[in-house]
Design a protein around this ligand. Structure first.
Ligand SMILES: [Ca+2]
Length: 167
């Protein structure tokens, strides 16, 4: 995508004039490497990636009965941006769960994410937004424990422990 745009811009050189029609795009590229804001021009182009968004997982624990329906929210999403997410455990042999969609509301709800193929582990959710100008925002992360193992090996003493914890 970037290369195509740059080629479009360089076509102008053939006329004897070096005119960068798409210099805002080129600028945004150099901005990411230098971090400089000195090149700001008057043109109100969108070179600002989506920012200040947060993610939150709705569940407090993933267990046997909700592992097919993990859900999370992206708060303060830039309207019209695209969100990308992935969830993975620490096991290299299992495939991460990933997906994407359009942020049509400032609060995006992603539901029914099936994480049953991941192992019992600390799962990490990573989310970033990309706006229509391909400006990529920061990767936000959130973790949640997955434990689908039924309690076993307990004795009657579990009742007392439970009561104690609930206070
Ligand atoms: Ca994995």
């Amino acid at each position: 995508m970037w290369l195509l745009k740059k080629k479009d811009a360089s076509v102008e050189i053939g006329n004897g004039e070096v005119t960068y029609k798409n210099d805002d795009l080129i600028e945004s590229e150099s901005d990411t490497s230098s971090g400089s804001s000195k090149k700001d021009k008057d043109k109100p182009k969108d070179t600002t990636p989506p920012q200040n968004y947060e993610i939150t997982i709705d569940q407090s624990l993933i267990h046997m009965n909700n592992q097919l329906e993990l859900s999370f929210k992206i708060l303060n999403a830039e309207l019209g941006s695209t969100y990308y997410y992935e969830i993975d455990d620490t096991d290299e042999t299992t495939t991460k769960i990933s997906g994407n969609g359009s942020s049509s509301l400032s609060t995006v709800a992603v539901t029914d994410v099936d994480v049953s193929s991941l192992i019992d582990d600390t799962l990490m959710l990573k989310v970033y937004l990309m706006d229509a100008k391909q400006n990529k925002g920061a990767v936000e992360t959130e973790t949640i424990e997955k434990d689908t193992t039924a309690p076993s090996g307990y004795t009657v003493g579990i009742d007392q422990e439970k009561n104690h914890q609930s206070k």
